[in-house]
Design a protein around this ligand. Structure first.
Ligand SMILES: NC(=O)c1ccc[n+]([C@@H]2O[C@H](COP(=O)([O-])OP(=O)(O)OC[C@H]3O[C@@H](n4cnc5c(N)ncnc54)[C@H](O)[C@@H]3O)[C@@H](O)[C@H]2O)c1
Ligand SMILES: CC(C)[C@H](C(=O)O)[C@@H](O)C(=O)O
Length: 748
């Protein structure tokens, strides 16, 4: 392979938030670099602004100016701050010198509401501001900024000079920008016949303004007939931008240095923040081949929020996109960054991550990260998973050495990123991580390491997630049909040993619940069950209800089997009392309430609670058991999917019944299942651990209570969904409640 093409970038982070947002933008550049082995972004970082004054006594040194000239592009942060108030020269003059030195005369400053869901950040009414998109093209090397200055104690002046050629060269850029914007609109609709440039000046007052208008009109007439030119006084332009920003859509606003500075900050008023507005200061016409440029946010150094992680890095990141587009002609990569920013900012119901910093009304911080190196590849995994989506993150070379997880033979590391849906917010992730950590710490059961996790959505991914080590081997499910009887025994033997470990770890007598991580320690948490009402269904069938009001979570973990069943029954009673579809069952509420009293009576409670309490995996089928088929001993390499695990009375979990879950109920599958149950019993008998089978047998009293609870739960689950209502008769329930526990409604 030929050597990668080197593109040299001078990185000038500057002052206050400059270095904070630059660090994030450079991560994005890293990702682009990894996707393009044929390119290398060689970066040289240096000082500018206040930090340069502190070190060198000047806001920009000749060395830095020479480096800038020598680079392919300059990536600039922001400069200035109150600590340099009164400094002469000012930190800001460093930026002006840089613009002049590079002859970066055309400053492109887009104003765009990036995603419709961000209209709320704008102080302007949504119907006026939605869809706004135009670009201010500001003259960057002339006018009052660079004219002769006189500064005396009581008098000062700035000469506001423009030459015709300065206006003309900017007009060519403005026209090119207008053409690009015009071409980017899909045809039809409100597309104007020609690209449009609005020229903003003060021709009614300033001589330089009159020159601006004449020179602009002349060159448009002479050389740019394909673009429509409209003149507007700069002050009323400011008013119109706020009153009706969309009237400038897909046009370029061609204006001088001072007005451009002000009008582009009005863009920040339109979007509601300067934090999303990038800029490019170019030394040529975009589209005519790569042109050198300075790429920087429109905003300043935001000293009011610096050092607090509050700055929005989007403007700086989008400045990287502009650099790739205009200086390096990497349109695809530039567009990919813009799309990624849109995905990050957009609302969740629109497929976005809704990760927003405070200026956009969010809580995200400038630098949200998993604290891991950037993967060399991210691949979505197509799996059937109702609760989450999965991505494979691969790390190679040096970054792989930094990942605290199992390495493959070639030294690379692959991680599973499981991004959770909103089914049981927080508790499900907390529980799975708590259980997996407990199992790794307290048993010999192989479980993948949890590399990172977040039980809330306020993180770099915008969703709850777990990042797990990828374990070797394959799921037993995949190879089951190829296994001999001997092979099956090789799998059942260690499973018996694992179950024995789970059965022999004592839990506080009577604990029913999940586990969770709290400040690095594992503590009891609420019980988590797959059968619970979860957020998507609650939104659909239970307006006004919540995960907590419908599920026996409050008060959990529970002090025993009866307390847990009681909490569940109370939720079901509440559901029957409130949901219209359950109205016909309301007559049973008094009877159910008496049932609750009965199971909690002295006569029954201690008998019902009398069980072994174990940590149960709850979904231990062969799809979740990994083994190494390359090894003739078929060692189990991992037990996966601890999502709904928790401490339960052992009678509530009989894993043996799940060993042959292949989803089929045909005769052959049933026979195979029975054969596996027998094999399990045989292995237990050989190892002298038949207690495993004893532990899971409920007493008839426990079975009665459970049958009743199950029956009521079935009613509460299916009726609101409009399913099988006719099948659920009052009689069945009545039998369960009255008959099974030796309790009748006439008891009180
Ligand atoms: N290109 C530059 O480096 C540049 C541009 C403008 C101002 N300045 C300098 O910056 C200093 C501060 O100026 P200012 O306060 O008038 O303007 P500013 O742009 O720094 O801040 C204006 C407001 O916008 C907010 N803001 C700016 N950037 C943000 C971001 N990324 N995320 C969230 N909020 C953000 C700030 O908190 C502040 O409330 C001054 O010294 C000024 O001269 C530098
Ligand atoms: C910092 C200052 C020199 C600069 C300018 O006035 O051009 C800033 O306000 C900007 O908009 O980039």
């Amino acid at each position: 392979m030929s050597a990668p093409k080197t593109l040299r970038i001078l990185v000038l982070p500057g002052d206050h938030v400059g270095p904070e947002i630059m660090a994030e933008a450079l991560k994005v550049l890293d990702v682009v670099e990894q996707s393009r082995p044929d390119l290398r972004f060689q970066r040289d970082t240096d000082l500018v602004g206040g930090c340069s004054i502190d070190k060198h006594g000047v806001p920009v040194t000749d060395v830095v100016l020479e480096k800038a000239l020598d680079s392919d592009a300059v990536l600039f942060g922001s400069i200035g701050g109150p600590e340099w108030a009164g400094a002469q020269p000012t930190p800001e003059s460093g930026l002006l010198e840089l613009r002049r030195k590079l002859n970066a005369f055309a400053n492109l400053r887009p104003c765009e509401i990036l995603v419709p869901s961000l209209v709320g950040a704008s102080p302007i009414r949504p119907e006026l501001v939605a869809g706004t998109k135009f670009i201010v093209v500001r003259e960057n090397c002339g006018g009052a900024y660079f004219g002769e200055k006189r500064e005396e104690t009581d008098q000062a002046s700035d000469l506001w000079v423009y030459s015709r050629s300065e206006v003309e060269r900017l007009a060519q850029v403005s026209a090119a920008v207008a053409r690009m914007l015009h071409a980017s609109i899909a045809g039809g609709g409100d597309k104007s016949p020609k690209p449009v440039v609005w020229s903003a000046d003060k021709a009614n007052v300033l001589a330089s303004g009159r020159l601006w208008r004449r020179a602009t009109s002349d060159i448009f007439q002479r050389e740019i007939p394909d673009v429509e030119l409209r003149h507007q006084l700069a002050d009323s332009m400011a008013m119109l931008m706020v009153k009706n920003p969309r009237q400038f859509n897909h046009s370029a606003i061609h204006t001088d240095n001072t007005f451009g500075d002000i009008l582009s900050d009005i863009s920040g008023g339109i979007t509601g923040t300067l934090g999303v507005l990038p800029s490019a200061s170019l030394a040529g016409v975009p589209g005519d081949g790569s042109c050198k440029g300075i790429y920087e946010p429109v905003h300043g150094s935001a000293p009011d929020i610096s050092g607090k992680g509050l700055a929005n890095p989007v403007a700086q990141i989008l400045s990287v996109a502009m650099m790739l587009r205009y200086s390096f002609l990497l349109e695809e990569e530039a567009a990919a960054i813009e799309q990624a920013v849109i995905k990050v900012l957009d609302s969740k119901d629109n497929g976005g991550l809704a990760i927003r910093t405070g200026d956009l009304g969010g809580k995200a911080r400038c630098s949200e990260q998993l604290g891991l190196p950037i993967p060399s590849s991210i691949e979505p995994l197509k799996v059937f998973a109702a609760y989450h989506s999965i991505y494979l993150l691969r790390y190679e070379g040096e970054p792989a050495t930094k990942i605290p997880a199992r390495k493959d033979a070639d030294g690379s590391v692959t991680l599973f990123l499981r991004v959770s849906g909103r089914h049981l917010p927080r508790i499900k992730t907390e529980n799975e991580v708590g259980v997996m950590t407990w199992v790794r710490q307290n048993t010999s059961i192989p479980v993948p390491a949890v590399v990172r996790f977040s039980a809330d959505t306020d993180n770099a991914i915008g969703h709850e997630f777990t990042l797990l080590e990828r374990v070797p081997g394959t799921s037993v499910h995949n190879i089951y049909d190829t296994l001999s009887d001997d092979d099956k025994r090789k799998l059942v033997e260690p499973l018996v040993a694992f179950l024995l470990e789970l059965h022999s770890k004592p839990w506080p007598r009577g604990l029913v619940g999940g586990l969770k991580m709290e400040d690095g320690a594992i503590t009891p948490g609420p019980p988590i069950e797959e059968t619970f009402w979860q957020v998507p269904d609650i939104e659909k069938y239970w307006p006004g209800a919540s995960v907590e009001s419908l599920n026996p979570l409050l008060g959990g973990p529970f002090d025993g089997y009866t307390s847990y069943s009681t909490a569940a029954l109370r939720c079901y009673i509440h559901a029957i009392e409130t949901h219209p579809s359950l109205e016909r069952f309301r007559t049973m509420v008094p009877q159910l309430s008496r049932f609750v009293v009965a199971i909690n009576s002295e006569q029954y409670k201690s008998k019902l609670d009398n069980a072994k309490y174990i940590l149960a995996h709850k979904d231990l089928h062969f799809g979740n058991i990994m083994c190494d088929p390359a090894d003739p001993n078929l060692p189990i390499t991992a037990v996966l999917d601890w999502e709904f695990s928790g401490v339960v009375p052992a009678t509530r979990w009989n894993p043996v019944r799940a060993f042959l879950w292949n989803g089929k109920r045909d005769t052959q599958s049933k026979e195979e299942h029975t054969k596996m149950e027998r094999l399990f019993e045989t292995v237990c008998a050989e190892k002298g651990v038949l207690s495993l089978l004893e532990d899971v047998k409920p007493t008839s009293l426990q079975e009665s209570m459970q049958t009743a609870v199950n029956h009521i739960r079935a009613i509460v689950e299916v009726c609101p969904r409009g399913q099988a209502q006719d099948k659920i008769g009052y009689t069945g329930l009545s039998d369960s409640v009255q008959g099974k526990i030796g309790y009748s409604s006439s008891n009180s």
